[in-house]
Every structure is written in C-alpha cells, then in structure tokens.
Design a protein around this ligand. Structure first.
Ligand code: ZN
Length: 148
C-alpha cells in the first residue's frame, strides 16, 4: 500500500470575501506518494461562513519536472466539508471551483468526467489526507461542522 504524505506550502495572504466581506483564507501544498511528487493541492474557505466547506483543487500528473509545461496533468475540483460525524467530499464543476485558472482551464475536469476518471478514488484518498492532515484546513473544519 502506498504512503501518502502532505507538505504544506508557505502561508498566503488572506483577502476579503466578495459575498460577505469577511476573510477568505487559502492554502496550498504538495502530495507525495512513497516519497515521490504526486499531486498539488490548492484550497480556500471563507471564515465568515457558518458551515465548513473548503473549495479545493487537486492537480495530479506524471511529470513534475517542468513548471511551465505539464503534459498529462488533470485538475479536479473537490469540495471538502465536515459534518458532526465525518469529513465529506464531492466533485465540483469547473465553474464552481475557486481555482480555475488559465493554466488549468483546458485540463480541468467536469464533475461527470471526474466521477468517471480512473483516478477518482485516488483523488478522494488524497482529499481525505488533506482534510485530516493539512493543519490550516483541519482547524477550519474542526471549528465549523455542518449540522447533520
Ligand atoms: Zn464569505
């Protein structure tokens, strides 16, 4: 069984939320599988929203050598949330993602394509590690469970 590890990236500046005027926090980092670079995550959440929902993007692909061209990379939009009993995960449409960007647009999967993708369960597995082990995300989820 492969070992998934997370390395948090440097802290980022927060910015104001368009919808409620409080603070949007974001974080990013790297996923290693058996010590090899495997995936990258980006995630953001609004501190002012009552319910814990983290809007994440997981980028996965074969070759991480060249920052500018990443052939065969795929981008998944994943919503991470916390109920009173568990972490939940669902795939997002690209237009629901906070992390659509010019470099990801072409390879950002629709929800339907993500759910049919051979790496779907691997993406959910990575998201579980992020929810449990990414300190900033875990702290937010812990503090804002969704009533269920
Ligand atoms: Zn807000």
């Amino acid at each position: 069984m492969s070992v998934i590890e997370i390395e948090m990236g440097p802290a980022r500046e927060s910015h104001e939320c368009d919808c409620c005027g409080t603070v949007i926090e974001s974080t990013h980092g790297y996923i290693y599988r058996d010590n090899d670079a495997y995936a990258v995550y980006e995630a953001s959440w609004c501190e002012g929203h009552a319910e814990a929902q983290v809007n994440a993007r997981i980028e996965i692909g074969g070759d991480w050598g060249d920052e500018t061209s990443r052939p065969n990379h795929a981008f998944f939009g994943v919503l991470i949330f916390r109920t009173s009993t568990h972490n939940g995960f669902s795939m997002l449409e690209p237009e629901e993602s906070q992390w659509i960007s010019p470099d990801s647009e072409k390879d950002f999967l629709t929800r339907e394509a993500a759910l049919a993708h051979p790496l779907k369960s691997e993406i959910f597995h990575i998201a579980e590690h992020v929810a449990k082990e990414e300190g900033r995300i875990k702290a937010f989820l812990d503090a804002h469970p969704i009533a269920s």
